[in-house]
Design a protein around this ligand. Sequence first.
Ligand code: NDP
Ligand code: ZN
Length: 350
Amino acid sequence: MYTAIGYAAQSATTPLAPMSFQRRSPRPDDVAIEILYCGVCHSDIHQARNEWGIAVYPLMPGHEIVGKVTAVGAQVTKHKVGDLVGVGCMVDSCRHCEACAANLEQYCLEGPTMTYATPDRVDGSNTMGGYSDSIVVSEHFVVRIPEKLDLASAAPILCAGITTYSPLKHYGVKAGDKVGILGMGGLGHMGIKFAKALGAEVTLFTRSASKAEEGRRQGADHVIVSTDAEQMKAAAGRFDFLLDTIPVQHDLNPYLDTLRFDGVHILVGLIEPVDPPVHAAKLVLGRRVLAGSLIGGIAETQEVLDFCAEHNITCDIEMLDIRQINEAYARMIAGDVKYRFVIDMATLKQ
Ligand code: NDP
Ligand code: ZN
């Protein structure tokens, strides 16, 4: 064991504050990482404030981790000291169930061990995330950062990137498909870039008319202001896929109307009950599908990093001093970030 430092919430109503705590010494299959950058995901806010009802305190968020390997256990073969590596939302899984065998560790039938606020499978300790100077993770859950990528802007690929890439790939989005991206925050702006890179005709749905020009700059071919009922109505029956990153309950019905028959509305932002209810007729009459998707497996996380390097896709980031993390949360809730905060971990030592 050794003493690490980071920022954690002690309860759902207290701001994040510095904390020192114990991390394990590397086990034979572990990689120890000095964290250089960590992205700030809206899930971190949901969890710090216990909005999903599953938080465990102290809660140290952070699952968009990029850093340098400082030590490896005796059995590690995938990474070596000095390598630049990443850790996303998961740090372990059962590794033998049907989902794990299919490289879909996020759907592990015994439940994946998440990067924070989950009991470690070996010693039962509460996992602590990437708002920290270091982390120790089993090598299977550590990915390689391609040389070509800028380290800080690569961090959000570990969650915002894989979460939007994986469903677009799963549903086979291809050239000419009409894809709508709902909400342009951390996930949404990456969704636009991936859908575009796959050849789709991309439309951004945003509440914010002021984001229209920005959306086009990100690559969207069209922008629909979702609060304008006329614009929503004019889009009826148009889309093959909708990728919904909105982090709060919202009315899905007007969006379902914009799908073609056989169209698919993919939820990634919402895990609460859908409210108001979905009119089943909107699904039944058009054989439409309401679907969900959770991050992506480890192999696919490596794939999306390599895809970003190959296609020159980067996240738009705003570098953050960790001492400003609570202000950053407030700004994210207000939709005031372009488009991902990334903590410069050097500021933790100051
Ligand atoms: P951000 O806060 O960066 O962006 C969310 C965007 O949604 C905003 O920019 C805004 O876009 C829109 N939005 C925000 N509030 C509202 C509202 N009240 N009504 C309608 N639209 C709204 O969040 P992230 O991109 O980091 O995360 C999005 C969601 O995805 C979160 O709930 C997060 O927990 C979840 N998530 C899910 C994962 C999964 O595996 N399924 C993985 C990672 C995150 P605009 O202004 O353009 O309308
Ligand atoms: Zn996330």
